[in-house]
Ligand binder design. Sequence first.
Ligand code: AMP
Length: 290
Amino acid sequence: MIPVVHEPEAFREAARLSRERGRRVALVLTMGALHRGHGSLIRLARSYGEEVFVSVFVNPTQFGPSEDFAKYPRTLEADVSLAMAEGATLVFAPEAAQMYPEGEETRVTVPRLSQYLCGRGRPGHFDGVATVVTKFFALAGPVTAIFGRKDYQQLMVIRALVRDLLLPVQVVGAPIIRARDGLAESSRNAYLGASERERALAIPRALGGVHAAFGSGERRAEALRRTLENHLAQPGLAIEYAELADAETLEPIVAGTVPDRCLVAVAVRVGNTRLIDNLVLGEESAPEVS
Ligand code: AMP
């Protein structure tokens, strides 16, 4: 069994000791309910560190008042097994009261990148993410941290905060892992019933449709966006956003020609479940959908 530490100071000490012994630390931050997507991050982390530390923490400050914080799946025992099977060497699972000590009030904000896409429908979400990630980095010290491109905007926010706060962290982005049917793996997929899951496949199909149009030479933002929206116009799907954006700045691209690196990003509600997915045109292949 790998060690499971709950105390922030024990985590800090484990990271310090590893480095003292000449062992690099790679970090994978998660909210648990681990799946193949997390597994691929842990495997990638092994190429950056002799030690791979995985955190499991459902961070209260990144959930809005009407979101699923209370019902978010909590499966620590299974998470430790999966993390270990993928090569993690330690799991850090703190309590909220330890990450947010009595009287705490400090928040980290990355305002420009946080305002777009998920930031519009989830006010305060990225402040919660940026704050907790900064805390994990403060505890971990110099590490390589792996984040999935599934949460593309989150990855950009974290790259920015590392740059701006001069943190000794190397940030690595990892590709989106999909289930066999094409849906991006997510802890929230557990909420989907069978017919909802079938409907959710419109999301990777929509990304595939835009990818195909781009592949045949379409560069007009309006046309690409229409393709995206047409695929998503399905009964039982509520689009929160379906957008093209500059893959660096995340600024929306609504007209004219798309830039070289164009992000296609989607947030959709299927029943009560909110799902996100994305693709960078010209950089990634199309999702394979059954
Ligand atoms: P979460 O537990 O959902 O907060 O995710 C923890 C980390 O795993 C984040 O860096 C996510 O981007 C990443 N992740 C989640 N799902 C996937 C996926 N399907 N493919 C790749 N990375 C993922």
